[in-house]
Design a protein around this ligand. Sequence first.
Ligand code: DON
Length: 318
Amino acid sequence: IGPPAVSTGRLPASGAVAGLVQAAWERYGPVTEGKVADYIPMLAEASPDWFGLCVAGVDGVVQTAGDADRPFSIQSISKPFVFALVCQALGGGRARESVGVNATGLAFNSVMAIELNPGRTMNPMVNAGAIATTSLVPGRDPAAKWRFLLDGMSAFAGRRLTMDEAVYASEAATNQRNQGIARLLHSYGRMYCDPDEATDLYTRQCAISVTARDLAVMGATLADGGVNPLTRERVLDADRCKRVLAVMATAGLYEQSGDWLYEVGLPGKSGVSGGLVTIAPGKGGLGTFSPPLDEAGNSVRGQLATRFLSERLGLNLF
Ligand code: DON
């Protein structure tokens, strides 16, 4: 990876960041390991060659390389942001009581994680906890809840986001497992609205279209205690923001969260379409996009590039 940078309270000068973002892109571009997800049929259409990187500082300065403006569905990276919005609406205490904040050590779509923990979800970063979180979204009806989600996610990105209808339709036709998880949770009294409604909203939130640049800005908002670096809007209170970073550190990369923290030393969240967001608190956000995934469903090149940038930019928290 090369010489680690000394960690300071801020990102290095923008020229140095730009050079390292480009260097990471060139260094890991040739990597061909990993497999594009196909259990959601539309995701199989992605090219394994797409590779985009972005770093956004809390000062709003943005550096990109490669396919940083290519849209893809956010998938599981919606989880921390929806958890953030629910914490903001209900308070971090109620969110924790309702969905749990401990590690599962199991796959993102694990049913066993529910059964091993007396019928309750363990963490909002895996499907069960995320669907439970979505079932807490405030609103009179599904349309109002969806508006709350899309408005909130857009505030994190600093621009109006939209949902990819084709990805939504593709997942809605094939998400029997998530429907099963929601109904199982319902049977244990751990769903906070109708389980089918929660699964549908969750499927919609996963189909929101973003870019690596958006992910970096959304991450920089969490890095700055909840203030968007582009719009300066406060999206989230600082005391709730740190709760979101805690659950990301605990389970953001599923059963590989410990390895990730050991190597990168930052809260992160992956998605099955190949996105990855990482937060350097007080400094900025990193957004990467590369569809080929490892066994746990985490982007191979995204992890490599982020590890490189964490080292070279001196971001590791430990
Ligand atoms: O619920 C699902 O299976 C997808 N909408 C999201 C899963 C996901 O992104 C897991 N990520 N690595």
